[in-house]
Design a protein around this ligand. Sequence first.
Ligand SMILES: [Zn+2]
Length: 151
Amino acid sequence: MTDPTSTATCAICDVAARVDADVVHRTSLFTVAPATVKVPGWFLLWTNRHDAAGLWDVSDAEAEEFGRLVRDLSRAARACTDAERTYVITFGEHALHFHAMVLARTRDMPPASRGPALLSRGPDFADEERAAAVAAQVRELLGRTRGQRGS
Ligand SMILES: [Zn+2]
């Protein structure tokens, strides 16, 4: 068993240590990067500090920043894809380090893949090249609308 309180075995800290060049947006409190499954418009965001185990553990400042960041990221994901919806998901079953996903649900995703089913069907919609292009557009848009270092 891995220790969920340890940064050494934390899946989110592991991602944070590896994604530097891929970071889409960073503030003093949160980091945004493309999701592990390379679907255009899918993003992972997490608290910069490890010891916010879940949403119940975030500070007032992190809670306020999370709301604005998810809104701005959702807007940017829609602007850079043909998404009709964006989904915001946070489970925290595998890492006690607060993180969430913003998923663009585009018009071409069939009805059977919408809602909760989309998460497990992500690999069907993976397109690494297009996901990287969308991430670059979202990075530029967030940098322009929120400032390079965020708010
Ligand atoms: Zn962590």
